[in-house]
Structures are given as structure tokens and as C-alpha cells.
Design a protein around this ligand. Structure first.
Ligand SMILES: [Fe+2]
Ligand SMILES: [Fe+2]
Length: 166
């Protein structure tokens, strides 16, 4: 791991390593959410996204290989923070609002992942690393698609809740 980041390449490697740490954490979180949700549809979605997340980890490792480098294990405190908040909220939540809490945490996580990939793809484009752009764009598309599904599900759930006038 780098002590200081001195070049765009070092910055990229460091952030790509943080994305790898992020996805490994997300994989654990998805397994946990899959167990906790009360909705079969959500359980299937989380299961599917866990499969995608394994591919995403593979794409990041492949990106390191395309750059001729070893995967870096940079820390990713942001995802740990999201996980901590989600877990705390889940613990507090009554069963009747549990899935709403889970979906809010999932949406925040997908937004974070999208921001991470947009930044990495921009840097890889600037460095002329097309293979890496392609690999990370696959990940970005999966995150965007997942966020769409999470949004739709959250909207439907909110509208079906007692006390909602919509
Ligand atoms: Fe991901
Ligand atoms: Fe994701």
C-alpha cells in the first residue's frame, strides 16, 4: 500500500484497491441482507447482486492484471461506515419497517459504488486504458441497474405502508 500518492497512476491503483475492498465488503453485506429481508423478491435480488458482485471482484482483479500489477489492498472506510449505519438501523427497526430500512441502506451503498466506478472510469479513460474502462463499465452498469431496482422496490413499499396517503 502507498504511503503517499504522487502520480495519477498511483492514485488510480490505490483507488482501484479501495474498490476491491469495497466489493468484498459488499459481498458480505449482501449475504447478511439476504438473510434478514422479509421479502422473497428482495432476497432473490440480493442473491443475484451477490453473484454480480463476485464478477465485479473478478473484473477489478482482471483490471490489475491488465495494468501488470498486483491487486492493492487499500482500505475503504466509506463502505465500513455505510455497513455500520445499516446494521445499526436494522437493529433498531421494527419488522414492519425492516425492508424499508434495508432498501435505504442498499440505495446508499449503490450510490457510493456508482460514484467510485464513475471516478475510476474517468481516470482510466484519461490514462488510455481501454481494457480497464471496459471492465469497470460492466461493474458500473450492474450498479446502476441494481439502484434502479432498489428505487422501484422502495417506492412500491413506501406506497403500500399504512399511513401513506399516496
Ligand atoms: Fe458492486
Ligand atoms: Fe452494488
Amino acid at each position: 500500500m502507498f504511503e503517499r500518492l504522487n502520480t495519477p497512476q498511483e492514485l488510480f491503483d490505490y483507488q482501484l484497491g479501495a474498490a476491491l475492498t469495497m466489493e468484498r465488503n459488499v459481498l458480505e453485506m449482501l449475504g447478511d441482507l439476504e438473510e434478514r429481508t422479509r421479502s422473497d423478491e428482495l432476497r432473490r435480488q440480493f442473491h443475484h447482486h451477490a453473484d454480480e458482485t463476485r464478477q465485479q471482484i473478478g473484473n477489478i482483479e482482471e483490471s490489475f492484471r491488465a495494468l501488470g500489477e498486483e491487486p492493492d489492498d487499500s482500505p475503504c472506510p466509506a463502505i465500513q461506515g455505510l455497513e455500520k449505519e445499516a446494521k445499526a438501523n436494522i437493529k433498531k427497526a421494527d419488522d414492519s419497517v425492516l425492508d424499508a430500512v434495508i432498501l435505504a441502506g442498499a440505495a446508499e451503498t449503490e450510490h457510493h459504488e456508482i460514484a467510485v466506478y464513475e471516478s475510476l472510469i474517468g481516470q482510466a479513460q484519461a490514462m488510455g486504458r481501454q481494457r480497464v474502462v471496459d471492465l469497470l463499465s460492466q461493474n458500473l452498469e450492474q450498479e446502476q441497474h441494481t439502484l434502479d431496482e432498489v428505487r422501484q422496490h422502495a417506492r412500491r413499499l413506501a406506497q403500500s405502508m399504512p399511513g401513506t396517503t399516496a
